[in-house]
Write a protein that binds this ligand. Structure first.
Ligand code: FMN
Length: 403
């Protein structure tokens, strides 16, 4: 009994210590209010950011009047910072849904719940969120990028992990991950000073240009530029991994359908959202083929992660996917079961290796009888990335009978 009580006590102390580093419970009142800390020199490159975030209660010290600028920050702490930045909206009371390491009632539960529902975090793909892992600099860039609505970016960062390339490119392009002092190194743990500076820069970007940061006017039901949504599933990027690339030379770092979706987005504007299945698909091509075959044979309805938008609220929705086993990937069937697209104009597009659309456009008309389904565009996966495919997409869009 004594032993159990001892373990409980140690656990409680650890939890409290962890919470304090983000909540700043132990710091002096002065430090919190003035944003000045014994270990933050007035002329430090991060001093202004620390002050701004402290004064607004978004990020606090580590106790005892210290900020610990060189210390690391956990993933739960970063999500809490983002949650506070968003004004702590009501969160689903499920402690982050699918994450096994996010229990209800913890200091970070609401924040993780909110971030998962908003599509800001998707965890490691194995049911874990990585609550107490130090957040890396590229993970932080991805979270900010998603928070910004994944705006189109011209530059992808070659030194980042595949899944973080666009985000890091965007963060550099917008000055969030820039500067000698910040010394952005994608795979390294982010220091508390870096977290403060990148967060403050993101807030400044958001305040200066809500469209650029992605947080203005892109939510469902708002006045989108042209009320267009591009939504797609692409296995190669399903979970930040190149499932198909691993086995075929056809596709580079980006999924074929993802490339198509981005090309369409460049030409149409509007919002772009990826459908991410809730479980990891196998990495190797043959394993993926078997797995998908099994799903198709069973007519399964695999779950996908909550979308940050409501696709049925848009006027025109481009819907993209690869052909799998001569038909729609089953996760797309889940999508059509989930959303009643009555009144929406659906424009399908897909990639394939010979089946063209495989009859999927007719299938979509059957699944969504209340929607108008226009003539879609099938492109071979192996042709994606080419100028020819880009021209095909332009011509197709120009010829669409959109009102
Ligand atoms: C599980 C699986 C099943 C596939 N089945 C077909 C098929 O029946 N017909 C076809 O033309 N291509 C098929 N393909 C090829 C994909 O449609 C093609 O590689 C596509 O461009 C992949 O898109 P992505 O990179 O966006 O995931 C299949 C690929 C996979 C992984």
């Amino acid at each position: 009994m004594k032993r159990i009580l001892g373990i409980l006590l140690v656990t409680a102390i650890l939890i409290m210590a962890c919470a304090c580093t983000v909540m700043g419970e132990g710091e002096t009142k002065d430090a919190k209010e003035t944003g000045t800390y014994a270990d933050v020199a007035a002329d430090a490159w991060y001093a202004d950011a620390v002050k701004t975030l402290s004064e607004s209660g978004i990020m606090n010290g580590t106790g005892g009047g210290r900020f610990s600028p060189g210390g690391t920050f956990t993933r739960a702490q970063l999500v809490t910072v983002l949650y506070r930045m968003a004004g702590e909206p009501d969160a689903a009371a499920d402690g982050g849904g699918a994450f096994m390491d996010v229990a209800d009632g913890q200091w970070y539960s609401d924040a993780v719940s909110w971030a998962a529902a908003e599509g800001v975090v998707s965890g490691y793909g194995n049911g874990l969120f990585g609550t107490n892992d130090p957040v890396t600099q590229e993970q932080m860039a991805v979270m900010l990028y998603r928070r910004a609505g994944e705006p189109n970016t011209e530059t992808a960062a070659d030194d980042a992990s595949d899944w973080a390339r666009a985000a890091v490119g965007w963060a550099r392009q917008n000055g969030i991950a820039a500067g000698q002092e910040l010394d952005f190194s994608p795979g390294e743990a982010a220091s508390r000073a870096q977290v403060a500076v990148m967060t403050a820069r993101f807030m400044a970007l958001e305040a200066a240009d809500p469209q650029e940061s992605g947080n203005g006017g892109t939510e469902a039901g708002s006045d989108n530029a042209n009320d267009v949504l591009i939504i797609y599933f692409s296995a190669a990027n399903t979970k930040d991994i190149d499932a198909v690339t691993a086995a075929t030379p056809l596709i580079d770092s980006m999924g074929a359908t993802e490339w198509m979706a981005n090309e369409i987005h460049k030409k149409t504007g509007g919002d772009i959202v990826k459908i991410v299945p809730s479980v990891d698909y196998p990495l190797a091509y043959n394993d993926l083929a078997d797995y998908a075959k099994d799903e198709t044979d069973k007519n399964a309805r695999p779950a996908f992660e909550a979308l940050s938008i409501d696709p049925s609220s848009y006027k025109t929705v481009y819907i993209g996917y690869p052909v799998w086993w001569y038909t729609l990937p089953m996760v797309m069937e889940t999508f059509f079961d989930t959303y009643d697209m009555t009144g929406v104009t659906i424009v399908p597009f897909n990639t394939h290796e010979g089946s063209r659309d495989g009859g999927t456009y007719d299938l979509i008309s059957q699944r969504e009888p209340g929607a108008e389904v226009l003539e879609g565009l099938p492109i071979r996966g192996g042709d994606t990335g080419s100028g020819k495919a880009a021209s095909q997409i332009s011509e197709w869009i120009e010829g669409l009978p959109l009102k």
